[in-house]
Design a protein around this ligand. Sequence first.
Ligand SMILES: [Zn+2]
Length: 276
Amino acid sequence: MIVTSMNPSEYNFQRCKLCGKIAAEPVYDLSDYIIYSCQNCDFHFLNRLDARAEKGINTPHLNSASRNYIESRIDESAHLHPQRLEFVQRYINLSNRKALDVGAGLGQFQLLLQADGAEALGIEPSAIRREYALEKFGINLHSKLVDNDYWQLNFPRNFDLITLWDVIEHVDFPRETLQSAIKLLKPGGFLFLDTPSRDVLSYKLSQQLYRLSSGKMSLFLPNFYSSAPFGHKQIFTLTQLSGLFQDLGLEIIYKAKSYSNNPERGNKIILAGKKR
Ligand SMILES: [Zn+2]
């Protein structure tokens, strides 16, 4: 897609990143960024993109400060990985299966896949995290993104499963990222993801308060987004993300809001799709 190599300043944010229509308008001005809302499909996204040109240039390397930072946060999502593995195992026996973890972080999920017999690869754009994964776990994560020719030309219809844990809210163009990932799946292969949900009371209350206060109060809206590089650029509703799965040729085989015993209550979107 031409759009993914675009300079961010060239993107017209009136073009909805989900439905593609020129129907998005700035609705929530949070001073250091603006949330656009599509009048056609109600998708919400920031007027921010990660400059592709910046990626890989002046990349910081692992040093004692970044190592300490990573280690201070290493446990934050550690409890989720076993839950994610259990979720995946419900649908697929991992023994000798080919797996790709997109947005692999430090590679912990890849380790779990490998321990269960899968032949797993991982993609991680952050050089610091890749270096840490190599140093700590001996894992070589790939730097090239899933839409890169490296994957698209060498691995079409190759993987039995692809996972994107807390990834789709960070990417510049979620539709194109998912489409690129699905091209790498075998027919009948599985795509699993999780991401924060917009269908939560704190988001709805924040929208109401913003309107009632004529933009003076945004309450929790800034908790959902970030203008930092690789920050949260879009937050989906379950209906929007389910619709996108179906548009892109995935049959939805599971949806939930949490990994807990009560999957109907939670603040996440958890989806499993099967490629037709
Ligand atoms: Zn739209």
